[in-house]
Design a protein. Structure first.
Length: 95
């Protein structure tokens, strides 16, 4: 089944980038909690949040008590979460 046909129980929209990293971390942690409980999850990256699709960002833990964004990303992948994003945002915020 393609992602277009897949029905998600939870869509997490991440619009916070490096200037509001604590909001992005909480979104990733929330998505991981849902996915670990069996919820089908998709994370959608838009606006400044598109920066987290760059594997060079999010390698270090930046909020006490939370893992790095890349750690959450890897765990979400293992749990079957999908990742999508706004192509215009990638062009505008990631260049």
């Amino acid at each position: 089944m393609s992602n277009v046909d897949k029905q998600y129980q939870l869509q997490v929209i991440i619009a916070s980038g490096e200037n509001e990293f604590s909001k992005a971390i909480l979104a990733f942690a929330f998505a991981l909690g849902a996915a670990s409980g069996g919820t089908s999850v998709v994370l959608f990256f838009t606006m400044e949040g598109a920066c987290w699709t760059d594997s060079e960002k999010g390698n270090e833990p930046i909020v006490n008590g939370f893992e790095s964004i890349n750690t959450y990303w890897d765990l979400l992948l293992e749990m079957g979460a999908d990742f999508e994003g706004c192509t215009s945002c990638f062009e505008n915020y990631c260049s």
